[in-house]
Design a protein around this ligand. Structure first.
Ligand code: SF4
Length: 306
């Protein structure tokens, strides 16, 4: 089928199967076109707490996102769009190591970036997203916080919460962490006068060269609020969206070969169509005891993050 026909067939299949399609902003533009709700991790997690009258949810993104939907809406059938789409950062720590740390440090609050496996969430006190991390860590009652797994986001948060001791893990997003100072300097030279907006998953020395630091949704809002051209230093889905929404503006992708997450770009339109018909993707199943333990940390995120 041609792309337009496939999109038509997907819209029909969504109706016929009663499926709500959620897509992360980093998905390919064609996937964004056929989704019912798009947004960053926090927006998708919030959407999952209030799913309208649909019996199925198809999550176009990576596994921890589909798991989060299932944790919050266990009565729905939740399908991940591509079985192999995982976030490498989500499994950079064995849950047993967090358990051992907690036993040795009972006064430390364990805070997990939402990009973690369900097993890891079950070992933590609270989850955060990049848009809520500073607010949530500030609001935690504990003076000491272990932040897992992203050293870059954790380091960024610690700048805003100097009154707390924040212990960092050495994990990272391989996509954002691969960006170098040289990439930024080259982009600045190529687009003089353009601002640079960066995601806090990038290295500290890269972030230091940029004009605006924020999550996916915060970068989009920043770009809407300024008139300047903007170099986008996060996964290329954001620049694609901005360029499509505001074709008259100048948005430039920083290091496009590096800032393309292979896992986020795994799902194709054909995969979506096949998953809607039950012939592709992965139906998420989570043991109930594990789900309830993991849910606590997500509930705390929604409580502290607003
Ligand atoms: S961009 Fe980074 S954090 Fe996001 S899914 Fe890809 S690897 Fe994970």
């Amino acid at each position: 089928m041609k792309t337009a026909e496939l999109k038509e067939a997907i819209l029909k299949a969504k109706e016929e199967t009663g499926t709500l399609v959620l897509a992360h902003t980093y998905q390919a533009p064609d996937i964004i076109d056929i989704a019912d709700i798009t947004g960053d991790s926090f927006a998708l997690a919030k959407a999952a707490t209030n799913i309208p009258d649909k019996k199925r949810v198809l999550l176009c993104g990576v596994r921890f996102m589909a798991d989060t939907v299932k944790i919050l809406s266990p009565e729905k059938e939740v399908v991940l769009s591509h079985k192999s789409a995982t976030c490498p950062m989500a499994e950079q720590i064995a849950p047993e190591r967090v358990r051992a740390f907690r036993e040795e440090n009972p006064d430390v609050c364990v805070c997990a970036y939402i990009n973690t496996s369900t097993e890891l969430k079950a070992e933590c006190d609270v989850c955060v997203t990049s848009s809520t991390a500073v607010k949530i860590v500030s609001a935690l009652p504990s003076e000491k916080v272990l932040f897992i797994p992203d050293q870059n986001l954790g380091g960024y948060v610690s700048r805003f919460v100097p009154e707390k001791e924040i212990i960092l893990w050495d994990g990272c997003c391989p996509t954002h962490h691969s960006v170098s100072v040289k990439d930024v300097l080259e982009a600045k030279a190529k687009h003089p006068g353009a601002k640079i907006a960066v995601h806090p998953e990038c290295r500290k020395e890269v972030v230091a060269l940029c004009d605006f630091i924020g999550s996916t949704s915060e970068i989009i809002n920043y770009c809407k609020s300024v008139e300047d051209d903007v170099i986008i230093a996060t996964e290329r889905g954001v620049c694609d969206k901005l360029s499509r929404d505001y074709p008259e503006r100048g948005f430039y992708q920083l290091a496009p070969n590096k800032l393309t997450c292979p896992n986020m770009k795994m799902t194709t339109l054909q995969n979506v169509y096949d998953a809607l018909l039950g012939n592709f993707g992965d139906v998420i199943e989570i043991d109930e005891e594990l789900r309830l333990k993991a849910k606590r940390s997500i509930d705390n995120m929604l409580k502290y993050g607003g």
